[in-house]
Design a protein around this ligand. Structure first.
Ligand code: HPA
Ligand code: ZN
Length: 322
């Protein structure tokens, strides 16, 4: 099986409907209204509804054991598809909404990472994220919590949420706080918003990766710039298709690669978007025609862009034939 790397997935967004049901039972809470559709899947039809349902489902994840189990469950499924390394976005704001402290949520996830590495050989690290639509003050609080309470598995900082809220510059204090502490950062841009959102992230923030960034393909000069400066785009085609950004024939992954940009793949929120890291690799290799050479190139870019320490990167390199 081709070894795979997932550089873009959201912890809360990896929990399947059946796991969410199990956690609700275990925590003796009622499932929130409006969470599931008639087919048992998460009930959303557009990006804003997706964010709302994601928040609802997250309220069922509320103990250290829950954090451990969600992490373990996702890493187990990734390992079964040949993934050797996963970077997973955690959201301290979602944890706080259910009364979990920053430290408890990280330690719960770390336990899941250790257990999955022991059982399946897969390695994972955490990127702590803020939620854009909660605003710059919340973002700075998350950055401060992360910097003042470091954990060896927390290897970077990011931002998800509604790209249409606030300006990129509003978040500079949070990104600078993390960057000044020596950790790398990434931001969701060029997903629901156009190429200017990617350009302003590159102009203003100390980011070495862009979450999605696919809409940079609408501006060839911007693609040239990204190719030259070398930031890696974390591309999640299944998410883009599910959210209706593109259909299979119009997705710009090949335009982006041909412009010389560095690309890694991600599953984003697998049970919401009907995807998995295995499906992402399969779609890239077979539908988008990257073939085994293209996949090797993506793995090289992903490995180089991973936020893990150098010893872990070297260990991972031995799993690849390049
Ligand atoms: N985009 C933006 N924010 C998110 C996402 C996403 O796909 N998933 C969870 N938060
Ligand atoms: Zn995402």
């Amino acid at each position: 099986m081709t070894p795979k790397i997932d550089l873009h997935c959201h912890f809360e967004g990896t929990a399947t409907p059946s796991l969410i049901r199990r956690l609700a039972r275990r925590n003796d809470i009622n499932l929130p209204d409006g969470l599931f559709n008639d087919h048992g899947g998460f009930a959303w039809t557009n990006f804003i509804e997706f964010l709302n349902v994601y928040d609802l489902a997250s309220t069922c994840i509320r103990t250290r054991l829950d954090y451990r189990d969600v992490m373990y469950d996702y890493l187990k499924s990734c390992a079964a598809e040949g993934a050797v390394y996963v970077e997973i976005f955690s959201s301290p704001d979602h944890a706080a909404a259910t009364g979990m402290s920053y430290t408890d949520h990280v330690e719960g996830m770390a336990q899941g990472i250790d257990d999955a590495e022991r059982d399946f050989g897969i390695i994972a690290r955490i990127i702590v994220t803020c939620v854009r639509h909660l605003g710059p003050k919340c973002a700075l609080d998350v950055a401060n919590a992360m910097v003042s309470d470091p954990h060896v598995y927390v290897v970077g900082f990011g931002m998800g949420g509604d790209e249409n809220q606030f300006e990129v510059a509003d978040f500079l204090p949070a990104f600078e706080r993390v960057s000044n502490s020596g950790l790398p950062t990434t931001i969701h841009a060029g997903e629901v918003n156009g190429p200017h959102s990617v350009a302003s992230a590159l102009d203003i923030l100390p980011v070495s990766r862009i979450g999605h960034g696919v809409r940079a393909a609408e501006d060839l000069k911007l693609l040239e710039r990204i190719a030259k400066t070398g930031q890696t785009l974390e591309i999640c085609t299944g998410s883009n298709l599910a959210l209706g950004l593109y259909d299979l024939d119009s997705h710009p992954i090949n335009t982006i690669l041909q412009a010389g940009c560095r690309v890694a793949l991600g599953s984003d929120d697998p049970p919401y978007f009907g995807t998995s890291i295995g499906a992402e690799y399969d779609r890239a290799q077979n539908h988008f025609g990257l073939g085994s050479h293209g996949i090797a190139r993506i793995n090289q870019h992903a490995l180089a862009a991973a936020f893990c320490d150098e010893a872990t990167r070297q260990k991972l390199r031995s799993r690849f034939a390049f």
